[in-house]
Design a protein around this ligand. Structure first.
Ligand code: BTN
Length: 248
């Protein structure tokens, strides 16, 4: 028996679950596809943020894309990023793993990346008509070769091996809870939770802007999802994504 609101499509191999979801949306309406989850055992062209590749060994990690039809205004679309990050944080907490969000939506444990999120929204009029939420969550992989340090749930749980299908359903339970918080009425709850789980909120860390390094703490995320920093000299600086880099 399956009481889930989600329809799961399992694929042994695909170029990218986000691409697959986007193709589904070309052939069917968003209403028909809401809450469809496309999961793959392996991606031949897994996509990361900014045209990076997302590499994952076959059958080791969770690679999936969720299609949602949130009732969110385009200008407020960063809320989707927030609730997805918070779902992963809560799911990892249930596995006794304390993770942090590296703004805007990398999920780190001890400064090592455990999950990445690639959100692709379609806007109709002023609203988001559909959102493809791609998530790569490292579960059973032990060795990583990439530009950044990575970790996995197994590595952080005495090398236990996890059943990927079951873990996907556990994760979706947390996601189902947070998705209800997308509406503007819940903005304060979402913003507070996101800020509390953010790496560098109220803590001085090192940042790089172009070639200049400085120390700053995050004092807020503005309505557009931009990072608001306060430097050690009490100067406020606002950055859009990629305008500043956190040095870890
Ligand atoms: C990042 O660069 O941090 C985002 C990585 C997102 C990877 C996931 S894996 C499932 C989905 N399909 C893709 O091609 N990318 C996302």
């Amino acid at each position: 028996m399956n009481n889930s609101i989600f329809t799961i499509v399992n694929l042994p191999q695909v170029d990218s679950t986000n691409n697959y979801a986007a193709n589904l949306l070309k052939n069917m309406s968003a209403e028909q596809l809401c809450n469809t989850v496309v999961q793959a055992d392996f991606q031949t062209n897994g996509r990361g943020a900014f045209k990076n590749l997302w590499e994952s060994n076959a059958q080791k990690n969770l690679l999936f894309s969720i299609i949602i039809c949130p009732k969110v205004y385009a200008e407020n679309q960063f809320v989707i990023s927030k609730i997805v990050s918070l779902s992963i944080i809560d799911y990892l907490k249930s596995k006794n793993i304390s993770a942090k969000i590296k703004w805007p939506n990398d999920i780190l444990v001890n400064n090592e990346k455990i999950a990445g999120i690639l959100i692709e929204n379609s806007v109709t009029g002023h609203k988001i008509s559909s959102s493809i939420i791609g998530i790569g969550l490292n579960v059973n992989q032990h060795n990583f070769f990439g530009d950044f340090k990575a970790s996995s749930i197994s590595l952080l749980s005495n090398n236990q091996k996890f059943n990927l299908k079951k873990e996907l359903m556990f994760f979706l339970d947390f996601f189902k809870k947070w998705i209800n918080f997308c509406s503007i009425d819940n903005q304060i709850i979402v913003d507070k939770a996101y800020f509390e789980n953010l790496l560098g909120s109220n803590t001085f860390l090192n940042y790089r802007e172009k070639n200049t390094e400085f120390q700053a703490k995050i004092i807020s995320i503005d309505g557009f999802g931009r990072l608001v920093l306060e430097t050690a000299e009490k100067e406020q600086k606002i950055f859009a994504f990629k305008e500043v880099e956190l040095i870890l």
